[in-house]
Design a protein around this ligand. Structure first.
Ligand code: ADP
Length: 743
């Protein structure tokens, strides 16, 4: 087929017209549609059904469309110029858009190209909306958009950051020009990000210094090549002044709250923790970076115990006008915390949500002082009472023998009968003795108080000493029976004979004084490292609650029996000065056994044959010839001083302040036992115990000391190498008992 000039060949005109993409409307100048070629399907007005033919489009089309279309077509008919415009075509349920190009065909007719642009218009509208949204968001969030051309090293920017470039204007600036404003410390960071930009998603925060410092965040969104082949990096930059400022303020506040010595925390009404300062986290055993919101207050704070207790607390809070004050006694939890003064109040935020803030002040120190003061006051009062009682007692004790001495001395001269005179002389003599003894006791007491009580050691055979005491007793008091219970053989010791005699005689005198009938037994036995003397009677006995105190000055069980209450206290001081101790076991109505132990440091048997073998006794090996060495691991100087005061006389102590020192001293000094505080800097107690057990599985015994006395803590320690567990605060007796179990 001949195709050259086909578009101008009239034969093909109708076919070609049909193939064009626009709908063609042939209209009269008044708007009546005379003919049409339809290309738009599904249009309610212009469609295949050719509904338009014979209709006047100015009455057929919707009013809104006609308002704009009619003047345009009239203009074309009048002036003959082509009109090209877009129109809305509202239809029920949908908006159509069309472009109409109208030509003047002849004086009476118009030819119009009708093109449906609904889809394109809708896209355009969406694009406009998206742009608008982006602009609004950018303005609100202070975001600017930029592209950086790596070849020309220029930044093209538009947006709302408003720091280096003006708000909302599109500007182009060189990288160097921009960098002039970047904080010197951030320049490298900034250029690094641009260099690494082939990895999109790169981001960095940097500062701009102008009239003040601004904080910005830069983020790369995409990297592409432009029509010149230059690499273009595209991204946004956001002004984060507000965020940084708020963050700074938050940090400042949390720092202030964390450095407080009070526990400060906040919860929701259902108990969910929302905030806890450092002190509070410590109480809850939570680290600073742990998410506290996972917990309920009653799960981590023992004061609320459980959910039910929490609900009771909330009830009370509400009843009390949303604010309460109360005292939380936390004595059981940690030895250095006893009590907290707490206040809780409900705070409603701007959204109407309720938060409870809790402030807890540790008042343990103050309470402890109060308790100590009270104790000191009671002690002072007690001591005052005892001293007054002592003075009146002394006056009685002095007057009674003095009365006899003075009375009988004056009538002595008038007595003729020898027998009567001798009877009175006996009374005067015994009163003399009683008076002298009293003066001795008072003198001893004053020497003990002034620290001038002297000891003179010499080699003494212990059996002989006991026999001497028995003989002198029998001499003075033939009516009472003092029995001896002595091991065979001879035992030589270095002793202050007079002082030991004084103690034993005092115990014997007491035994007879508090016994109506029966005999008293004096004896001794050997236990490892010690000689233990005992005086046993079958007298009235001592009530259990008095056993402890009778060794204190001026303490007496029965105030009607003559005495000063000084004897046992003097005995105790003497025995302790000799490096020993004194104790009593007694049962009311059955009798008492007083025993005291003296270290056998210089005890020597006379010869091997006569050697007295130590009898095995149930008494624990409290003291050996050489003091056992205890390694005390304790980082706190005061706590160490306390332990030293408690056990320093009985044991040789080594001090380690952290886990590493413990291991070092364990290796170099080979202690007999380790008393290990669990909470220490560096390597803690548990880690040190485990390390030692790896080197030496059984020895030395390790006694863990911890404030956390929960069963699970105790179990963990015992399973990991510790042999025993002591809870803080330490009590001297429990501590000694536990140590004696092992050394
Ligand atoms: P004193 O005998 O001068 O009162 P002590 O200090 O020697 O003073 O004794 C204190 C108290 O201990 C006595 O008053 C008595 O109540 C009690 N006591 C001491 N020894 C015995 C004993 N063998 N049997 C019963 N009670 C005793």
């Amino acid at each position: 087929m001949k195709t050259r000039g086909i578009l101008h060949d009239e034969k093909h005109a109708a076919r070609l017209l049909n193939m064009t993409c626009d709908t063609l409307l042939f209209l009269k100048n008044d708007g009546t549609c005379v003919d049409m070629i339809v290309k738009t399907e599904n249009n309610p007005y212009v469609n295949d059904r050719r509904m338009l033919i014979g209709e006047n489009i100015f009455t057929f089309f919707p009013e809104e469309t006609v308002q704009e279309l009619k003047p345009a077509l009239e203009q074309v008919a009048k002036k003959g110029e082509v009109s090209n415009a877009n129109y809305n075509l509202p239809a029920p349920g949908r908006m159509y858009f069309f472009k109409l190009i109208a030509h003047k065909y002849d004086d009476e007719h118009l030819l119009c190209q009708y093109r449906d642009i609904t889809i394109r218009s809708q896209m355009k509208r969406k694009l406009e909306m998206a742009n608008k949204r982006l602009t609004e968001t950018g303005r609100e969030a202070k975001i600017g958009y930029w592209t950086y051309n790596t070849a020309t090293r220029t930044i093209r920017y538009e947006g709302f950051v408003g720091v280096v470039m003006d708000i909302e204007t599109e500007e182009v600036v060189s990288l160097e020009g921009y960098l002039e404003h970047v904080h010197p410390e951030d320049k490298k960071k900034f250029t690094d990000v641009l260099e690494r930009a082939d990895m999109a998603e790169e981001a960095c925060e940097f500062r701009i210094v102008k009239d003040r410092t601004y904080y910005l965040k830069l983020k790369i969104v995409s990297v592409y090549h432009d029509h010149n082949g230059d690499t273009i990096i595209e991204g946004y930059v956001q002004n984060i002044d507000d965020i940084v400022l708020r963050w700074d303020r938050m940090k400042m506040l949390s720092l202030a709250l964390d450095s407080s010595n009070d526990g400060i925390f906040a919860t929701k009404m259902d108990g969910t923790m929302v905030f806890g300062n450092k002190f509070c986290r410590k109480q809850c055993n939570l680290t600073m970076d742990e998410d506290i919101t996972k917990y309920k207050a009653y799960e981590v704070l023992p004061k609320f115990e459980n959910k039910e207790a929490w609900e009771v607390f909330i009830g009370r809070l509400k009843e009390n006008n949303n604010a309460i004050q109360y005292v939380w006694d936390a004595g059981k939890l940690r030895e250095d915390m006893v009590s907290f003064d707490c206040s809780s109040f409900i705070f409603r935020n701007d959204y109407g949500e309720d938060l409870i803030w809790h402030l807890c002040r540790d008042v343990s120190e103050r309470l402890r002082h109060e308790i100590e003061l009270k104790k000191a006051k009671e002690k002072a009062e007690e001591s005052d009472r005892l001293k007054s009682a002592f003075i009146s007692n002394m006056s009685h004790e002095i007057r009674t023998p003095l009365n006899s001495i003075v009375g009988f001395s004056t009538i002595m001269a008038d007595i003729d009968r020898e027998e009567e005179r001798s009877q009175y002389l006996d009374i005067i003599e015994s009163s003399n003795k009683r008076l002298l003894m009293l003066i001795d006791e008072v003198l001893d007491l004053s020497k003990i108080e002034s620290g001038t009580l002297k000891f003179h050691y010499s080699r003494v055979e212990v059996n002989d000493l006991c026999r001497e005491i028995q003989a002198s007793h029998q001499l003075c008091s033939s009516s009472t029976m003092l029995l001896l219970d002595l091991p065979d053989g001879k035992l030589f010791m270095k002793l202050d004979k007079n002082r030991v005699t004084q103690v034993i005689s005092n115990l014997i005198d007491n035994a007879f004084k508090f016994m109506k009938q029966g005999s008293v037994t004096l004896g001794y036995r050997m236990i490892p490292g010690f000689v233990e003397f005992f005086v046993k009677d079958v007298g009235i006995g001592i009530p259990e609650d008095k056993l402890e105190v009778i060794f204190d000055r001026f303490e007496r069980v029965d105030h009607f029996v003559p005495g000063t209450g000084l004897g046992l206290s003097i005995c105790k001081s003497i025995v302790e000065r000799m490096g020993g101790d004194i104790s009593v076991t007694s049962e009311v109505g059955v009798g008492s056994v007083f025993s005291f132990r003296i270290p056998m440091e210089d005890a020597r048997t006379e010869d091997e044959k006569n050697e007295i073998k130590p009898r095995l006794t149930s008494v624990p090996r409290k003291k050996t010839k050489e003091k056992a060495t205890i390694l005390v691991a304790e980082d706190d100087e005061d706590n160490y001083a306390l332990i030293r005061a408690m056990i320093g006389r009985e044991f040789q102590l080594l001090h380690a302040k952290n886990g590493n020192e413990v291991i070092e001293l364990f290796e170099t000094k080979h202690p007999d036992l380790i008393l290990m505080d669990m909470k220490m800097p560096g390597l803690n107690g548990l880690e040190a115990a485990m390390a030692i057990r790896r080197k030496s599985p059984a020895h030395p015994p390790i006694i863990a000391v911890s404030a956390y006395a929960y069963e699970k803590d105790r179990k963990e320690l015992l399973e990991n190498g510790c042999d025993d567990f002591l809870a803080k605060p330490l009590n001297r007796e429990t501590l000694l008992d536990t140590l004696h179990k092992y050394v």
